[in-house]
Design a protein around this ligand. Structure first.
Ligand code: SF4
Length: 339
């Protein structure tokens, strides 16, 4: 297989674009370790683990003899949604990447099909590996890193997932790395961030990021940040939404990413506040949302309810102050104090 064979197969499998680069250390390694030393990864301790750091430094630790990184992208932008629904305080809001089916389930089988064609040693990752995937994708010519730290494709914006294959196969030619940035003087994402999570361009302090707080963070959320979270209950799209490069975003050809109904985009808080573990699993079956579990989702819904100040939710919040989950009962008590 060569570079054009790989791209043709990726396209046949439904990926939106593909690129390849030599398996060399990420050009962003030093910046990454500075970020870890500054504790901006918050409670995501796995990012700082010595074995993970070793893998990021040397891809050979993941796959001895690795020669190439084959990278694919899959657009996930789907429907324009009425802004009045998204900002409705009686509804929570879910980041657009999670409106449909779990992208891991859709992408990993396709990546494995490519690996089968390679006939050599390979590892497949969809944001699960200890590699700095966006920077490797930049080296593979896919796009540039924006001031919001997202990888931006100059002809389709940043609403896409990345997947990678590390392989011992070497190609005769590779893609040309993308130049560093095309943000120019724009600072829209930096000023639009509700929690001021960018201490400077190209650096995200995860501890303030709504995606981190609502998805990754397992404990109670800093009370100072809660009012800034608004009605987000799973992730956040703000720093991407405001980016002018999104004018090139294409509707995804992957039907599995389209929401089955509005409740997957902006669920009613009254429905989230009554979820038990079984109802949570049932409601979000097949979605990446299941990974946060019921407690974190209900915690987030309590905070959104507190921010909404909707008196009709008072009874549900009072009941949740006795919830066995400490993060839920504490958030419910906070929400009640807000009204
Ligand atoms: Fe760059 Fe502006 Fe997009 Fe931010 S909003 S990533 S500064 S182009």
């Amino acid at each position: 297989m060569n570079l054009s064979d790989f791209k043709a197969q990726a396209s046949r499998l439904g990926f939106s674009f593909a690129g390849a680069t030599r398996a060399e250390p990420s050009p962003y390694l030093a910046a990454y370790f500075q970020w870890i030393e500054a504790h901006m990864h918050g409670t995501m301790g796995y990012l700082a683990r010595p074995d993970r750091q070793l893998r990021r430094r040397d891809l050979n630790v993941i796959l001895p003899g690795v020669r190439s990184l084959l990278i694919v992208g899959l657009d996930y932008r789907t429907l324009p949604i009425d802004p009045a629904i998204l900002s409705d305080p009686s509804r929570g809001r879910i980041a657009s990447y999670a409106w449909g089916l779990d992208y891991h389930d859709l992408m990993i089988p396709k990546l494995n099909a490519i690996v089968d064609s390679l006939g050599v040693e390979a590892r497949v990752y969809v944001d699960t590996g200890a590699i700095l995937e966006r920077s490797h994708a930049m080296q593979a010519g896919i796009g540039f890193t924006g001031k919001n730290t997202m990888l931006i494709h100059p002809r389709r914006g940043s609403y896409f997932f990345l997947g990678e294959i590390l392989t011992t196969l070497a190609f005769d030619e590779y893609d040309t790395p993308h130049r560093a940035t095309q943000c120019g003087t724009c600072t829209r994402c930096l000023t639009a961030c509700p929690t001021d999570a960018f201490p400077r361009p190209y650096v995200l302090d995860a501890r303030r990021c709504i995606s981190y707080l609502t998805i990754e963070h397992k404990g109670t959320i800093d009370p100072m940040l809660r009012p800034l979270i608004g009605n987000w209950v799973y992730g956040c799209d703000v720093c991407q939404e405001v980016c002018p490069w999104q004018r090139f975003a294409l509707p995804s050809a992957e039907t599995g990413f389209y929401p089955v109904d509005l409740d997957r985009v902006a669920p009613r808080l009254q429905d989230l506040l009554v979820l038990d573990e079984a109802a949570f699993r049932d409601r979000f079956a097949g979605s990446a949302i299941t990974r946060i579990g019921r407690d974190r989702m209900v915690r987030n819904a309590c905070i959104a309810a507190g921010n909404a100040g909707d008196a009709s939710l008072t009874g549900q919040l009072i009941a949740l102050t006795a919830d066995p989950s400490a993060i839920v009962s504490e958030a419910a008590a906070w929400a009640l104090q807000k009204r």
